[in-house]
Design a protein around this ligand. Structure first.
Ligand SMILES: C[S@@+](CC[C@H](N)C(=O)[O-])C[C@H]1O[C@@H](n2cnc3c(N)ncnc32)[C@H](O)[C@@H]1O
Length: 247
C-alpha cells in the first residue's frame, strides 16, 4: 500500500476549501510559531511562503500589515486573502530562488518546510533572500510524525521526516545561525481511523488514490486495533520551530 507522499501542488489547490475544517494540527503549529514573531519595529520587509489559507498569516498580519504573503497555489491564496485582507499577495514557488534576494528582514513559513524536495537547496535559497541580520521564522514537522501510520502500513512512507540533528545541520551548513530551536511532540485523537484518514486527506497531506477500498478498510481496522484511544484513535505529530539568523 502506498503511504503519505509529498503532495503535488495541485492537490493543495483542490483542498483550499476543505483545509481549515481538517487543519487542527496546522492551526496549533501556526499559533505556536506566532509566539516567536519578532516585535513590530524589528522588521520592515516581511515575506511569508506557503501561506495556504492564512492560519499563520492572520498572526503575522496583526504585527506586520505590510507583509508579502505568497503561496504556489492561487486557490489557497484566494482563501487566505478572504481571511486576511490588506497584505500584498503573490504567487511564489518556495522551492525556487526567492524575489529581491538580500532584502528580506523576515521570512516565515509554517507547515511547509517538511515537504521541500531538497531542503538544503531550499534553505540555502531562503538564506540568500535575507538581508544581513535578517531572520527566518519557520515551523514544520519532524521525526517522529505519524509513526503509527508507518507501523500499520509497513515500512517508511515517502515523506522523509528528518530529525532535529539533520535539520540543524541543514541550517548551519548554509550559514544560518540558530537563534532558537524547539521541538514538541503532541498526540491527537480522532473519533475513528476513518476520521484520522479524512483529516490527513483534507489538508492535502494526502494519500495515494490508488489504495483499493479493501486495503483502506484493512488499514482502518488495523489502526483502530493497534492505536486505540478512549475517544477513538491517536496519532503523534512532532512540531519544530526555528528562528534562524543570517550572520
Ligand atoms: C500544509 S499547508 C500550510 C499552510 C499554512 N502555512 C498553514 O500554516 O496552515 C502547505 C501550503 O504550502 C503550499 N505549498 C506547497 N508547495 C509549495 C511550494 N513549492 N511553494 C509555495 N507554497 C507551496 C500549499 O499550496 C499549501 O498552501
Amino acid at each position: 500500500m502506498n503511504t503519505l507522499h509529498s503532495p503535488p501542488r495541485a492537490r493543495f489547490a483542490e483542498k483550499a476549501k476543505s483545509y481549515d475544517a481538517h487543519a487542527k494540527v496546522q492551526a496549533e503549529a501556526a499559533e505556536w510559531l506566532a509566539q516567536w514573531l519578532p516585535p513590530e519595529s524589528t522588521c520592515t520587509e516581511v515575506l511569508e511562503l506557503g501561506a495556504g489559507t492564512g492560519l499563520f498569516t492572520q498572526h503575522l498580519a496583526s504585527q506586520y500589515p505590510n507583509a508579502t504573503c505568497t503561496d504556489v497555489s492561487q486557490e489557497m491564496l484566494a482563501v487566505c486573502q478572504e481571511r486576511v485582507s490588506g497584505l500584498n499577495y503573490s504567487i511564489q514557488d518556495a522551492w525556487q530562488p526567492l524575489p529581491k534576494p538580500g532584502t528580506w528582514d523576515l521570512i516565515t513559513a509554517c507547515s511547509l518546510l517538511q515537504w521541500a524536495p531538497d531542503p538544503l537547496e531550499v534553505v540555502n535559497n531562503w538564506a540568500h533572500a535575507l538581508a544581513t541580520d535578517g531572520r527566518i521564522l519557520t515551523a514544520f514537522f519532524i521525526a517522529p510524525t505519524l509513526p503509527e501510520m508507518e507501523v500499520v502500513m509497513g515500512g517508511t512512507g515517502p515523506v522523509q521526516w528528518r530529525s532535529t540533528a539533520q535539520w540543524q545541520d541543514i541550517f548551519t551548513s548554509v550559514g544560518l545561525r540558530i537563534e532558537r530551536f524547539e521541538t514538541d511532540s503532541r498526540c491527537y485523537t480522532f473519533a475513528s481511523a476513518m476520521h484520522f484518514w479524512k483529516a490527513i486527506h483534507g489538508t492535502g497531506a494526502t494519500v495515494s488514490r490508488r489504495i483499493k477500498p479493501s486495503a483502506l478498510l484493512r488499514f482502518f481496522r488495523d489502526y483502530e486495533d493497534r492505536f486505540p484511544d478512549p475517544k477513538g484513535v491517536y496519532s503523534t505529530w512532532t512540531f519544530c520551530r526555528a528562528e534562524l539568523i543570517r550572520a
